[in-house]
Design a protein around this ligand. Structure first.
Ligand code: TXA
Ligand code: MG
Length: 353
């Protein structure tokens, strides 16, 4: 199947909507990353997504709606706190796990009794959901285990010959995937008299622990649940990785790269991804170390500009693949507040390489 890339014009959007009606899978941008969409309630269409991505069947998909009022068709909003989170954070880079309704087939939710719901903050993305008349399953448009795409060319790299159409909507604003949150009731309230719920962050990003704490106030505690095997099946699989081996240059002591390299590694094709503030520092170290072998240095962005770094992380990983880079050194970033999620993605790519 030939894969076409089209700019997002009125005609190309009609074409995408037409393909949807024929149970085809189309790649389309959201404000976080590009995803592959198909009707969430149609088993055959959803099966095509799993095939195109080579995705394990037990890794469920997020159901995307165009309007808050549509959520009730697909999921049960059980309490006021879930209502509050929906009200404050949708549309946006935020996904909420809720009990699922029967209309959502098991294949979409990996046979779980819950479903992830998201309402993208992207006018064209919402328009295409409206045209489909149904909610859309919309996972990242990468092959399973590879970095999520934040541009149409990254989608093409993984999806060429696998899907009929990619709609090009430029680089995405947030660069990495939405924050995924689940709310559970606390049986015994030993953590605090008023706190009846725990808000679990299964996948961190732009909506941070601090943002969620501001919203829920004293009604709930907010915790990260993104380490090891957690309730988000996606975390069981290798994630966010390019082909190269990735080594972290630790943030605390700016450990020198030579401690991480053996002599035979010195001849490998190497890249160094670092912030503008530290790129020169690392370049000088590599110059001493590699002598005749050049190391490709790649600026991630500024340590003072989170979105710039988030937008480039997966892009740079993709570039390293195109250039057949064998090993990547990457600078460690701050690990608090809104930066936490970026280091979460970097650590996942490091530990699994
Ligand atoms: O930003 C995003 O969320 C993007 C754009 C395209 O909307 N979508 C996305 O989908 O990242 P995907 O399929 O690549 O990641 C969905 C994550 C996976 O880790 C999956 O395991 C988890 O959400 N997930 C889906 N349904 C779940 C459920 N019922 N309970 C817990 N985790 C769930
Ligand atoms: Mg994904």
């Amino acid at each position: 199947m030939i894969t076409q890339i089209l700019d997002s014009t009125r005609d190309s959007l009609s074409h995408a909507a037409e393909l949807l009606k024929q149970w085809e899978v189309v790649a389309f941008p959201t404000e976080t990353i590009y995803g592959l969409f198909a009707k969430a309630t149609d088993e055959d269409a959803v099966r095509k997504i799993f095939l195109a991505k080579n995705r394990p069947a037990d890794n469920p998909l997020i159901v995307h709606v165009a309007d808050i009022r549509d959520i009730a068709q697909y999921a049960v909003v059980e309490n006021e706190l879930q209502e509050l989170l929906i009200d404050k954070l949708m549309p946006g880079p935020f996904t909420l796990v809720l009990p699922k309704k029967d209309i959502v087939p098991d294949i979409t939710t990996g046979w779980l009794s819950t479903v992830c719901i998201r309402m993208p903050d992207h006018v064209i993305a919402r328009q295409i959901i409206r045209e489909a008349w149904y909610a859309l399953a919309w996972p990242s448009a990468n092959l399973s285990g590879r970095p999520s795409p934040s541009s149409a060319s990254m989608v093409m790299h993984d999806m060429d010959w696998r899907i009929p159409l990619i709609i090009d909507g430029w680089r995405t604003l947030y660069g990495i995937e939405s924050t995924v949150v689940k709310l559970d009731k606390i049986e015994k309230t030993e953590v605090g008299w008023n706190k009846q719920y725990v808000v679990k962050i299964l996948r961190p990003w732009f909506i941070t622990k601090e943002d969620l704490e501001d919203i829920v106030g004293d009604k709930a505690i907010v915790e990260y649940h993104d380490q090891g095997v957690n309730e988000s099946p996606g975390t069981r699989y290798r994630h966010y990785s390019p082909h190269a081996r990735i080594m972290l240059l630790d943030d605390i002591d700016h450990r020198s790269p030579d401690l991480l390299l053996s002599d035979k590694d010195l001849t490998k094709k190497t890249a160094c991804i670092a912030t503008k503030e530290f790129l020169g520092h690392y370049s000088a170290q590599f110059d001493k170390l590699h002598q005749n072998y050049g190391v490709l240095t790649m600026p991630l962005g500024s340590r003072y500009n989170l979105l710039e770094c988030a937008q480039s992380l997966y892009q740079l990983y993709a570039t390293c693949d195109i250039l057949w880079i064998e090993q990547i050194f990457i600078e460690g970033l701050p690990e608090h507040g809104v930066w936490y999620a970026l280091m979460n993605r970097i650590r996942k790519s490091v530990s699994h390489s």
